[in-house]
Design a protein around this ligand. Structure first.
Ligand code: FDA
Length: 497
């Protein structure tokens, strides 16, 4: 309620926010989580909570009147379509030179992501987070995060025969024939449930192409793991459709947090102020960076340092497809949950997921999302004229990512006598270089904050999400975001509370 006082307020309900809420509650502290997206706990008219990827409706996009599908074209034709404006689950946020895809709702990115739960190779970790002790992360916090998230790997015997992973077996064959290491990628999807989907004994989710707009069954999103555990403590309250717009020191100590309650059209219904002893910024890399950039520039939090807004990267994401020969079909039925990748990080700076194209028809296409060692970092700055925090990323900055991905796919194409698909991102466009699924940085650990996420200049304010990580994790990021949050909150609870 307006005017309320809370010991700990968490902005956002993604990985960082959920870890903070659970561990604070277990330490006996009452927590209030504020989430701008919806609760995603009520079925729609079709009896399902989430929309299918192939049939987007108002539930699919955050305040858009037309879909903005990552794969915008098929056979060169645009496939986006009109939808009613609604506080849907996937935000395709256009930030100038890049579209940043993000989950909106209780569970954040865990609602829309592929669930690929990858711990970086240990030798790569010091470059990811140079100020963090590698032994502690690999002995304590990565295992803690993997266990709480429910991470596991596909049964290799089932992989060999499952119809829905023919596309991945074709991906393996082509990788290995060109001499690249092929690896299984762990996931938070329930593999036993997927086996039952394949056997036809349970309602289908991964085998019905559900992913980008939510999985109705099978995926262990945060709602089923950290958030369920946090709620069970009885100390965590969550307010969906509430958006934090300001945080400033309160006269009485602690912080005044200003919150807009919105309706499903995105309009503000009421504006509330509460006070909090401690505030955890967990609005995601973009959300946290935009808020902090604004609060510093407008004088609400004058003590923040000049590192705020800096060190933002796209985890080197770039997509492409290859056209296979007619004797290499990838299958009509494709599990929407990827289970494998091609690791050329050490030699070529690229780790490519063998991704599905769950169209329901045979496409003879192999599709890949590559994570690359792109060196470019962008910065958020406050634009007083428009009242927005702008990002200076340039589309041309993807070129190093394309070059790194080519170390894998040029070689495979040469070996197989195949070519790139040119019809998935436009007409005659090979590279999906306009987007990222993995925004990282903007309030970097040990720069904008101390080495545990405490913001400089304002005691009691913390960053605990992907904004802490300086632009790249060498693999998919959420396990690292979760493990870092586990490390930081343990220290904060022990030392500050
Ligand atoms: P996250 O973005 O999860 O949560 C932030 C929350 O804060 C959101 O719910 C948002 O609505 C809310 N918020 C923002 N501003 C607010 C405000 N002002 N007030 C209130 N609430 C606010 N990663 C991976 O490891 N494996 C994978 O397979 C994939 N796949 C993938 C697919 C797609 C389509 C996407 C979009 C992303 C992925 N990812 C992924 C990325 C992964 O989901 C992402 O890195 C994490 O969700 C980031 O976690 P955070 O805790 O940083 O923020």
């Amino acid at each position: 309620p307006p005017g309320a006082h809370v010991p700990a307020l968490v902005i956002g309900t993604g990985y960082g926010g959920s870890v903070a809420a659970l561990r604070l509650a277990q330490a006996g502290i009452d927590v209030h989580m504020i989430e701008m997206g919806m609760a995603w706990d009520t079925p729609g008219p079709d009896g399902k909570i989430f929309a299918n990827t192939t049939k987007p409706d108002r539930r699919s996009y955050w305040l858009r009147t037309k879909t903005k599908q990552p794969l915008s074209n098929f056979l060169g034709f645009p496939i986006d379509k009109a939808i009613p404006r609604y506080t849907g689950i996937l935000d395709a946020e256009e930030m100038g030179g890049i579209i940043v895809y993000q989950g909106r709702g209780v569970g954040g990115g865990s609602l829309v992501n592929g669930g690929m739960a990858v711990t970086p190779r240990r030798e790569n970790f010091p470059a990811v987070l140079p100020s963090v002790n590698t032994d502690e992360m690999y002995n304590v916090y990565y295992p803690r995060a993997n266990s709480a998230l429910g991470v596991s790997t596909i049964d290799p015997a089932w992989f060999e025969t499952a119809e829905c992973y023919q596309y991945a077996r074709v991906g393996r064959k082509h990788a290995q024939r060109s001499g690249f290491p092929f690896v299984f990628v762990p996931d938070v999807y329930d593999w036993d449930y997927m086996k039952q989907e394949a056997a036809g004994t349970v309602p289908k989710s991964a085998l019905e192409g559900e992913i980008l707009y939510g999985n109705n069954y099978g995926k262990k999103s945060l709602q089923k793991t950290y958030i369920a555990q946090a709620r069970a403590t009885g100390r965590v309250a969550i307010s969906p459709l509430h958006k934090v717009t300001s945080v400033r020191p309160a006269a009485t100590g602690g912080y005044t947090v200003v919150i807009d309650e919105i309706n499903t059209n995105g309009d503000t219904v009421t504006t509330k102020s509460v006070t909090a002893d401690r505030v955890f910024f967990a609005a995601g890399s973009v959300g946290t960076s935009k808020l902090l950039t604004k609060l510093k520039a407008t004088g609400a939090l004058p003590g923040l340092n000049s590192e705020v807004g800096k060190g933002w990267g796209d985890n080197g994401n770039v997509m492409c497809g290859r056209a296979n020969h007619l004797w290499d079909p990838t299958g009509k039925l494709q599990s929407s949950i990827p289970c494998s990748g091609i690791d050329n990080w050490a030699a070529g700076g690229a780790f490519a997921e063998v991704a599905p194209l769950p169209t329901g028809i045979e496409t003879f296409a192999s599709f890949y999302l590559s994570i690359t060692k792109n060196p470019h970092r962008a910065q958020f700055t406050w634009n007083a004229a428009t009242g927005t925090a702008d990002l200076n990323w340039q589309t041309a900055w993807k070129q190093p990512s394309i070059d790194m991905a080519k170390t894998i796919f040029d070689k495979i194409n040469a070996k197989e006598g195949t070519i790139y698909r040119t019809d998935l991102f436009g007409a005659y466009k090979i590279w999906g270089d306009h987007l990222t699924y993995h925004p990282l940085g903007g309030a970097v650990l040990n720069k904008a904050t101390d080495n545990y996420g405490r913001l400089h200049g304002h005691p009691g304010l913390y960053v605990i999400d992907g904004a802490l990580i300086p632009g790249n994790t060498s693999v998919n990021p959420f396990v690292t975001i979760t493990a870092l949050a586990e490390r930081n909150i343990e220290r904060i609870i022990a030392a500050d509370l």
